[in-house]
Design a protein around this ligand. Structure first.
Ligand SMILES: Cc1cc2nc3c(=O)[nH]c(=O)nc-3n(C[C@H](O)[C@H](O)[C@H](O)COP(=O)(O)O)c2cc1C
Length: 415
């Protein structure tokens, strides 16, 4: 067999990230980030700042990345093997995780007094920062000034998220989760086009809680992982995204306006307030019933067990799907079924009036709280089996499908 010498016969070279690990407590999460990136077949070469090496050892970083770790601008061996300019140029993307207040200040002001800051200044590749710091450090006008300048310079930023911080305080400053950073890296390496720029996406996520009395409620097992991942993916694709979230243990996704609600009634009102939207993805597991009357005082455990008088909660998916000028162009619902998955999800799509349904077989595999899922996409034209994948990957795939359906060249009615 003849071969064409001009056509490369081997596999394409893996994409490469230069990961700079700076000196914050979140540096330990950089170790998981390396694993997440390598799971995606992304080669990772690491630079550890002097402060970073106080938090994670070069040995751990080298073992996980499978490459030597670079630390010293003036090391003769490092400079002869891999000059600092080459280090920053050989990568397709430079990621700083955690990005300390200090390193952000250096980059915003063009300092280059160690290997990390020099590589950041010398690179001709996109830069993604994942800031992590104490809430007051994050809020400080100097940090916010540096952040604004960095964004102006075209630097991409993911997070930080709000929640409990390692320092014991609560607020914004927690580094974005490694799987979210890895997804953002995948997106940027894939070209990172803002395919949904100019669109408003409404996403619901998590369970709802229907009060029984001041201390009890009815709820379900939804973790919110899928809905939150979808909101994050749509935001990464450039959509202005509103997430209406029931109670979950998750932080707010980066770049998303998150409205926290508790009951189905509150979720319905928040969705109504967030309209109009171009896209609605109803991933929340909204309770089907609420109590007709919530007891004003705690129900005492005396005598017979109370009989609950239940009434249906508002049907958010059906309401959002209702034809009219405010209906989003594309409405996506979710169905968790334990019977005939395709038949029940297909019937639900028609009954609710939405465009697509992502159907989960919750009897076959545990979906609630898991990081992976298996779905069928039900559209007007049939059912499509998607392979088992992480909820993050599913979110990316769905966001891409939504972008394709809403692209100007696409058919007017998404299928
Ligand atoms: C225990 C401890 C935790 C720290 N955590 C953070 C942090 O989360 N974020 C941050 O910006 N700085 C943090 N710092 C301060 C940085 O380590 C310090 O500013 C250092 O100079 C950063 O250097 P680098 O940016 O070169 O890595 C912490 C310091 C200590 C001692």
């Amino acid at each position: 067999m003849e071969t064409d010498a001009s056509v490369p016969s081997g596999l394409a070279a893996p994409q490469r990230v230069l990961l700079i690990i700076a000196g914050g407590i979140a540096a330990y999460k950089a170790l998981e980030l390396i694993r997440r990136l390598r799971e995606r077949d992304i080669a990772v070469r690491c630079v550890l700042t002097a402060a970073g090496a106080e938090f994670v050892t070069p040995l751990s970083v080298a073992a996980l990345s499978g490459e030597r770790v670079y630390r010293d601008l003036f090391s003769l061996t490092e400079e002869s093997e891999m000059g600092h300019i080459r280090l920053s140029r050989e990568a397709d993307l430079v990621v700083v995780a955690p990005a300390t207040a200090d390193l952000m200040a250096k980059l915003a002001n063009g300092h280059a007094d160690d290997l990390a800051s020099t590589a950041l200044l010398a690179t001709d590749k996109p830069v993604l920062l994942a800031p992590a710091m104490n809430v007051e450090m994050w809020r400080h006008p100097a940090t916010q000034r540096n952040l604004a300048r960095l964004k102006d310079d075209g630097v991409r930023v993911i997070g930080p998220e709000s929640g409990d911080l390692a320092c014991g305080e609560v607020g914004a400053g927690r580094m974005a989760e490694p799987h979210d950073i890895a997804a953002a890296v995948g997106f940027l390496l894939a070209g990172g086009e803002p395919l949904l720029a100019g669109r408003h996406a409404l996403v619901t996520s998590g369970p709802t809680r229907e009060a029984v009395d001041p201390v009890r409620f009815i709820s379900n097992r939804s973790s919110g992982k899928q809905g939150h991942a979808i909101a994050a993916a749509l935001a990464r694709f450039g959509a202005t995204t509103t997430l209406v979230a029931g109670p979950t243990a998750l932080g707010d996704p980066p770049g998303v306006r998150t409205v926290h609600v508790e009951s189905a009634q509150e979720m319905a009102a928040a969705c109504e307030a967030a309209m109009p939207a171009d896209i609605a993805v109803c991933a929340a597991a909204v309770a089907d019933w609420q109590l007709r009357a919530v007891a004003a005082r705690k129900i005492k455990k005396r005598g017979a067990a109370p009989a609950f008088d239940l009434v249906e909660t508002p049907d958010i998916l059906a309401t959002v799907s209702r034809p009219g000028p405010r209906r989003p162009r594309l409405v996506v619902g979710f169905a968790a079924e334990t019977g005939d998955l395709i038949a029940e999800a297909t019937a639900k799509r028609r009954r609710k009036g939405c465009d697509w349904i992502l159907a989960n077989d919750v009897a076959a595999t545990p979906i609630f709280g898991a990081d992976t899922t298996t779905v069928h996409l039900i559209t007007a034209t049939g059912a499509e089996a998607w392979p088992r994948m992480s909820k993050i990957a599913l979110a990316e795939r769905l966001a891409r499908r939504i972008a394709a359906a809403l692209a100007p060249a696409a058919a007017p009615s998404p299928a």
